[in-house]
Write a new protein. Sequence first.
Length: 256
Amino acid sequence: MPAVSNDADFIYRAPRGLLPHVVLLPGLIAGDWMWRPTMEALARAGYGLLAPTEPFAAAHDRVAPIQHWVIGLMDRCGIATAVMAGGSFGSRIALDCAIAYPERVEMLVLSGAPGAITTAQLGISFRGKVTRAIGARVRDRLFADNRCVSDATVALTLQIFSERRRLLNLIRLMKECTEFDYAGALRAINEYVLLIWGVDDEISPCPLWHELARSVSRGAFHTIERCGHLPMVERPDVFNHILLQHLQTERVRAAS
């Protein structure tokens, strides 16, 4: 595997020395763009990284096979174990991977993990197609300050989900999130779990997740002020500082 690869399916960078890889899992509708500042921060610090390029709903219509697809992607890149980081729906997949393949996951990083996601919760109605008005409403609901996402990014997302098959994928995956037992999943994890939450998250409320974090056997819960559902997009400097601090600390603990 080359030191740096930009495949159609993923972005890969090899680590420096013995530093670990970090797998950055996207959301239902957000692809690798949501992790760009984090990829830059990890690369500067010497960590390896792997990031799927497309949002999960662009290619998947069921939750269960996605964990196997992610592990298969790690295999393609020669990654035996990694820190698994998920944003929004990616957090659900990170948990699935850690439960099904505990030997492949060194540490979990969760942010904005969704529970019940409905079109009503997002304040939208698809009616068979996506529109610029829908894009604007979703952006308003996801971010405390919607200026963090450009009109061009919103337009690209709308273009991706203008295809009916992908729109149906999105609706099916949203429905599958409704009854997931996050407390039970967190109790089943033995690895260190870092949770980073936007205080103003309207999709995955911060107080609810502060309570759920008590289910973790080892970990930490951090909040970011003036921030909504995707801290790695809205407050990347703060998010990346917390992430890098814990990556270093947990590696030191593991080596001691």
